[in-house]
Design a protein around this ligand. Structure first.
Ligand SMILES: [Zn+2]
Length: 514
């Protein structure tokens, strides 16, 4: 009798399995215990191509160096004349023509749509069912367009990945602009199919460089330029010796005042040429891209609309730009809600890297591209290289979120318990040490916090060269770094720190009149 029942049950079960299988193409449920990861790419994750498939096919973005050179070529005569006569107008003529020639076809129309012959012909479609901690699906998109268009495609992409792998949830890892897509997605589609969210260096509340360029705050600053080069240099190709020479050279120039003089000269030209570049090249091209508008922090937005001349009369483009403000306005609450409802949610951001030196906000601490306060969704940060004021620190009721180097207070950000800050981490620069931490978070069944793992507290020193993540214990110390890792590069950093000391000393002497 028992046997009969079990046979009967088996038959029923088989029918139960077979019946839906006959009507749907869904893969069998996967019981591997690891929901597939979808990596939401950064700006430029997919090539934007003009006339794809024809003999005139040209990649407009990412930037193709040969094409860039071919666009500058027709302007060489004008540029030479401008240099010979020190004529700013001629220089502007050449630069505007060059920018328009090179990037003009990226512009969208008043409805926020691209030229029909300019698009991303090679977008990824998920294939195969391979998934696991070392294998993810890559979601890419045309960065110019309305982030909500990407969100709609991401929803399809998620459904396809679930179908391929037999899982009913996915883990999302968003990198840089991927956070913009994620923000729009959460706002529009919610989180029913999301098991984990990791954001990496994402401009979730924007980035100051976009806000400042869209409001005309342009500034070349000698110190910022030098530090930017210095912070970015370790990541550039080439031997340590070359870096050492470059460091030394930029520092010597700084001492000699030549650097400041060069910048001063640049400032005059910039001021003369800037208005025309804005009006004739920058605004007509980049001001039409909702994707770039999504980088503008809220505090710049209204002013940027006026400066860039975008308003209700601009048509659907304005609607698309305005729509994303909702995603940005809601991101704090959306992240808090998803986490409270059991979605593992983690925010990663870098700090103590010199940000883009072209804007007045060059003092914001950042990962070089996105300001730490925006990527962390609201942390309180000291200016680059500085500490939070003693008054601020004294006012804190709870100092458990204060960084040991006193540069950051995470208590004010959206998810203080699951936001990690990596010192000296250049924007989205991946390495094995960071990968190892992501792996722990992705494979864990439960939400982990910055207090759960002794080796991974909230503030971590990133060292790409080793690579390693070690707990931050105090202020950055070039001498300490050299002791731990006696490379030529770290030696030049000592040299640089020494020069900072000398300059400070000289300034004090002059200030006190001694
Ligand atoms: Zn599986």
């Amino acid at each position: 009798m028992k046997k009969c029942i079990s046979i009967l049950l088996s038959v029923l079960m088989i029918c139960g399995i077979l019946t839906p299988a006959a009507s749907a193409v869904t893969a069998e449920k996967c019981d591997c215990g690891f929901s597939p990861v979808i990596y939401v790419g950064a700006l430029g994750c997919s090539d934007i191509v003009r006339d794809p498939g024809t003999e005139d096919e040209q990649i407009l973005w990412k930037i193709d160096t040969n094409y860039l050179l071919s666009c500058i070529k027709p302007q060489l005569g004008t540029l030479a004349k401008a240099a010979a006569t020190m004529n700013a107008d001629l220089l502007a003529d050449a630069l505007v023509a060059f920018v328009d020639d090179c990037f003009g076809d990226l512009a969208l129309d008043n409805d926020g749509n691209s030229l029909p012959n300019v698009y991303t012909p090679y977008l990824n479609v998920p294939t195969g069912d391979t998934h696991g901690p070392d294998s993810d699906y890559y979601f890419d998109y045309d960065f110019r367009l309305d982030p909500y268009e990407h969100a709609a495609r991401l929803q399809e992409f998620i459904d396809q990945v679930e179908e391929l792998t037999g899982h009913d949830k996915v883990q999302l890892k968003a990198s840089s602009m991927g956070g913009v897509v994620l923000s729009a997605y959460l706002d529009e589609y919610g989180y029913d199919e999301i098991e984990t969210i990791i954001t990496q260096c994402c401009p979730l509340l924007g980035t100051a460089v976009a806000g400042e360029l869209f409001t005309g705050r342009f500034e070349l600053n000698a110190t910022a330029l030098r530090r930017y080069a210095q912070d970015a240099l370790p990541y550039m190709d080439g031997g340590d010796f070359l870096r050492a020479v470059l460091y030394s050279l930029t520092d010597m120039l700084r001492i000699a005042g030549v650097w400041e003089m060069l910048i001063g000269f640049g400032d005059i030209i910039v001021a003369q040429v800037l208005d025309r570049i804005y009006a004739e090249a920058l605004i007509p091209i980049f001001g039409t891209l909702p994707g770039i508008w999504a980088f503008v922090p809220e505090e710049y937005y209204e002013e940027a609309l006026v400066f860039m001349g975008l308003n209700e009369e601009t048509g659907e483009l304005y609607e698309k730009v305005a729509h994303y403000r909702e995603a940005m306005a809601n991101i704090t609450e959306n992240l808090q809600t998803v986490k409270a409802d059991g979605v593992k949610t983690y925010v990663f951001c870098g700090y103590n890297v010199q940000r883009t030196p072209l804007v007045t906000a060059w003092k914001n601490t950042s990962d070089g591209t996105v300001d730490t306060k925006y990527a962390s969704v609201g942390a309180t940060t000291a200016l680059y290289g500085e500490e939070l004021s003693e008054e601020y620190i004294a006012s804190l009721a709870d100092t458990s979120y204060l960084s040991p180097d006193k540069m950051i207070d995470a208590s004010t950000c959206a998810l203080p318990d699951s936001t990690w800050f990596l010192r000296d981490w250049l924007h989205c620069n991946g390495n094995d040490a960071i990968g190892a931490l992501y792996r722990i978070l992705l494979t864990s069944d439960e939400q982990l916090s910055v207090f759960d793992m002794e080796e991974y507290p909230q503030y971590l020193q990133n060292d790409d060269a080793r690579p390693s993540l070690t707990p931050v214990t105090g202020a950055p110390d070039a001498f300490e770094n050299f002791k731990n890792n006696p490379s030529l590069l770290n030696f030049t950093l000592i040299f640089s720190a020494l020069i900072d000391l000398i300059i400070e000393k000289i300034k004090t002497v002059f200030a006190t009149g001694v």
